[in-house]
Design a binder for this molecule. Structure first.
Ligand SMILES: [Zn+2]
Ligand SMILES: [Zn+2]
Length: 264
């Protein structure tokens, strides 16, 4: 006897972000990665070129460190070079197993990681890889222009992991990382007092809940704060609560212009 068909109104299986495993919201149903994880990828792509000049300072261990103002010892032969930094700053000639399917141990050169992803993406879109100067800023911008598409692909977790590992490694060397400040406000989603503002110097890049993963743009956080001050019950309007990266988000056109971002 045939098994009874499933009820048509049975609750559909919840899709989850392939990066963070959090359930995807209805407006993220067409994606494989959530807006929060997309935001992290974009933030790392913006950060990488900014870390490079600092990283170069660390190429020579006796070179002055940012913030110390101390010059290296003068009148001496060229100082030794840090092999790990030299490797990171090395050329982008990727090894055969570069790319999302590669299984590398140890950090690869920055240009090799970016170059492998550019080749991988360019083949699949298809798209013309960047021409002209192959400066990291040029490479990261090219990748950023394809993130709208990449967040719908099953391998987005690999890109997320490789960029996270690369940035984490560089931060460990340079000691330069975003500033994280706890917020006194409760999360608009889960009400936990676990919001943390992350940014550089006095600029807030985003505010994130450490409990539920809710991500607020600076403007949405400001609206949340104003609503909390003016209303007896903090109930910001839905539009003010929306969460999305602060640069290009294809399916959030209504919020364009909230904060400038890189454009292709
Ligand atoms: Zn996610
Ligand atoms: Zn929360």
């Amino acid at each position: 006897m045939r098994r009874a068909p499933r009820r048509a109104d049975a609750e559909p299986a919840v899709s989850r972000c392939v990066v963070c495993s959090r359930p995807l919201r209805p407006d993220e149903a067409h994606r494989t990665a959530c807006h929060r994880c997309e935001h992290h990828i974009r933030a790392w792509l913006r950060e990488l070129p900014l870390q490079l000049p600092i990283l170069e300072v660390f190429l020579h261990p006796s070179a002055p460190r940012p913030g110390t103002g101390r010059p290296g010892p003068g009148g001496r032969p060229a100082p030794p070079v840090r092999a790990d930094v030299l490797n990171l700053l090395g050329p982008g000639a990727g090894r055969p197993d570069d790319g999302p399917d590669g299984d590398q141990s140890g950090p690869r050169p920055i240009a090799a990681v970016l170059g492998a992803w550019i080749r991988f993406i360019a083949e699949r879109r298809p798209a013309a890889p960047p021409t002209g100067p192959q400066a990291p800023l040029h490479l990261t911008r090219w990748i950023a222009t394809h993130i709208d598409w990449a967040v719908r692909q099953p391998w987005i977790a690999d890109l997320h992991r490789e960029l996270r590992d690369l940035v984490t490694h560089i931060r460990r060397i340079t000691g330069v990382e975003p500033r994280r400040r706890p917020s006194p406000l409760p999360c608009p989603d889960c009400s936990a007092f676990a919001l943390v503002a992350t940014g550089w110097a006095n600029h807030v890049d985003h505010v994130e809940c450490a409990v539920c993963g809710r991500l607020l743009s600076p403007a949405a956080y400001e609206a949340h704060a104003i609503a909390g001050r003016t209303a007896p019950g903090p109930e910001p309007g839905p539009a003010d609560q929306e969460v999305y990266p602060d640069d290009r988000v294809d399916d959030r056109a209504a919020h364009e212009g909230e904060e400038g971002g890189e454009k292709p």
